[in-house]
Design a binder for this molecule. Sequence first.
Ligand SMILES: Nc1ncnc2c1ncn2[C@@H]1O[C@H](COP(=O)(O)OP(=O)(O)OP(=O)(O)O)[C@@H](O)[C@H]1O
Length: 371
Amino acid sequence: MTEFSKEQVLQSLKAITLPEGGNLADSGMVSDIFISDGKVYFSLSVPESRVEAFEPVRQSTQKHVNELPGVTQTFVTLTADKPAASSSAPKSKGSQQQPKGEKPSKPEIPGIKSIIAVASGKGGVGKSTTSVNLALGLAAEGLKVGLLDADIYGPSIPRLFGLSGRPLQGPGRTILPMEKYGLKVMSIGFLVDEGTAVIWRGPMVQSALMQMLKEVAWGELDVLVVDMPPGTGDAQLTMAQQVPLAGSVVVSTPQDLALIDARKAIAMFNKVSVPVLGIVENMSTFVCPNCGTVHNIFGHGGAKDEAEKIGVPFLGEVSLAMDIRETSDAGTPVVAGAPDGPHAQAYKAIASATLAGLKGRETKGPAIVFD
Ligand SMILES: Nc1ncnc2c1ncn2[C@@H]1O[C@H](COP(=O)(O)OP(=O)(O)OP(=O)(O)O)[C@@H](O)[C@H]1O
């Protein structure tokens, strides 16, 4: 078990001197320190204008803690102390306007061309299943694809890929992603024991996510698909705001309730000026495995109608099918296990539509968003 305590880690930070004098331990910048399995996670809260100046402090802090006896890995991130949705600007119409051609101020992740978030307004609609099969569909288009499971509260990618164990350490204290079905895969589920993640606090969640983006040796990727936590709360909003997203995909079932939630997810991305590439309707119809009859048990077409109404692209639909569930549960997503079957075709069509949306955005520049 761990032979060092939070207090020891904090005390050791007295050795880190700040640019303006004083030491880090007494600065009040250090968040709660979280220790799991020899790994240490914490963030340093700095004024937004000082983020760049504090990067060397972050690096030396990380190195310093890494050298403490018993520490196997350290994750230190900088968090700019700024509430999720622009606290100073009034939330009036047009307050999130982003001038055409101006890049979002979020730093890009070197080597990763585009990051796409897969989100849902509520849990259990098939967001993770969609993320996995979308990522595989993009890889089938010949792209270099990574998959990041940011569903800190319930990471399911390890199960969906049949992956377990700890990732290996890469050069320069980076973490090597796992690889399966041609994808590079990283999940918080690989780093902490099952059940640990649920006790994480907000800043820790952000730290872990940013570490997984920046300190995993992703290499060159055309697309990184991020499986977001379900819902539209503060954690999701902050993630959508902090990660340099090229676009988002919102998954919904056709039921009214899920569509209301999907609308909330779309509003969330609009708020932080992330383009919504489109909606996926999951469990759109039920195809009876015995007789092949198609049943519209959830009121098929709801998401498509909704997408048209709110002017968001409709990326496609996926049936409720036992083989999608069974293959996922067995660690072989349907696009990998039955790439020529009807469900894989549906996911591949969604991947093509997503890619087309992404390319359209690239050439047009960021959208001007009014919320
Ligand atoms: N099209 C589908 N047909 C049949 N089963 C599906 C389909 N999509 C997802 N499922 C199943 O529904 C369950 C929930 O799916 P999944 O974990 O992808 O949802 P989620 O939205 O990511 O959930 P959570 O928000 O709880 O993480 C899983 O058992 C999955 O296998």
